[in-house]
Design a protein around this ligand. Structure first.
Ligand SMILES: [Zn+2]
Length: 104
């Protein structure tokens, strides 16, 4: 592992609530911010069954298994929930080592 310069910031602190535009209410409302988490994978889902089918038998592995990951960080996707109409909006994921939501 390479060492990153110490001047960079690795932790991002964001407030749990903020005021932003809601396209459903068509006005600025208080938004609750939460972190998106991927759902549990079902083994019976069509894509999972197809993947298992293709991997079966001799020479079934179609791509090399990842020996070491290229990225040292994971993307964090934020969900903004409107407190008035409960509409949820997702933003683009940001790459960060550590992410924290703080109460303001
Ligand atoms: Zn709204």
């Amino acid at each position: 592992m390479f060492k990153l310069p110490p001047t960079r910031i690795y932790t991002v602190n964001l407030p749990k609530e903020k005021r932003a535009y809601c396209p459903k209410c068509k006005s600025h409302q208080t938004m609750k911010i939460s972190i998106y988490k991927a759902g549990k994978r079902r083994g019976t889902a069509r894509g999972e069954r197809r993947h298992a089918e293709r991997k079966r038998g001799y020479g079934g592995q179609k791509f090399p298994k990842l020996a070491k990951p290229a990225k040292t960080t994971k993307k964090v996707t934020l969900i903004e929930t409107c407190t008035v109409c409960k509409k949820k909006m997702m933003n683009k994921g940001i790459r960060i080592r550590k992410f924290e939501l703080i109460a303001v």
